[in-house]
Design a protein around this ligand. Sequence first.
Ligand SMILES: Nc1ncnc2c1ncn2[C@@H]1O[C@H](COP(=O)(O)OP(=O)(O)OP(=O)(O)O)[C@@H](O)[C@H]1O
Ligand SMILES: [Mg+2]
Length: 226
Amino acid sequence: MVNDLQIELRNVSRTYRMGNSLVRALREVDLQVKKGEHISIIGPSGSGKTTLLNIIGALDRPDSGRVIVEDTDITDLGESGRSRIRLEKFGFIFQQFYLIPSLTAFQNVMLPMKESRVFSRNARKRTRELLETVGISHRAHHLPSQLSGGEQQMVAIARALANDPPIILADEPTGELDSENSRRILDIMKGLNRDMGKTLVVVTHDPEVSRRAKRSIRMADGRISK
Ligand SMILES: Nc1ncnc2c1ncn2[C@@H]1O[C@H](COP(=O)(O)OP(=O)(O)OP(=O)(O)O)[C@@H](O)[C@H]1O
Ligand SMILES: [Mg+2]
């Protein structure tokens, strides 16, 4: 990587078509994120925060502009290339957790592991370690419905770490949680950045979450406002 630059958006635009009308969700956005940064993205509802995060994480693609992740230009990659990038480069944390309801905490964390396609002792060991990292080992065999919201988010964080990705993308990770659980989740995320060296990009409405980031980016009407 040149100059530690890990994520780069160049002149990125994304327009949604709704019948006859156009929604310009992102307008010519430029963004550079260095390896190991902890940044927050704030801004009013509808300003394009989720769209931006989805484009960074190869969940969506821009109409124009370039997206570069660790020296790979992912803009024109096909579906299999994008899915490989998602698996190797990104861990995702969402407001709604999105755990699979029929699987235990343990199984949810192990599911995305590349090794888990074959029965693997390694994958089990790593799953145990990850549950420990987020402090949820004692709930390993609970189903999501048997966990509190805070606990579900801890499991989701462990799952995001399954393949040891260098970048964690979080969209309103504390949006569903009370203040005590939010604080716990923020502490865990802080540790991912400080102790594990993960780059952290966090979309949030919460000023407390934003304050914890070293850099805060404000979005308004599809643009990064300076
Ligand atoms: N799939 C879609 N189809 C059409 N319009 C969309 C779609 N997704 C988002 N939009 C529109 O694009 C704009 C940006 O949406 P986005 O979800 O990025 O906002 P946001 O900043 O994440 O908002 P919030 O804080 O409410 O989550 C909004 O006007 C939204 O209505
Ligand atoms: Mg959003």
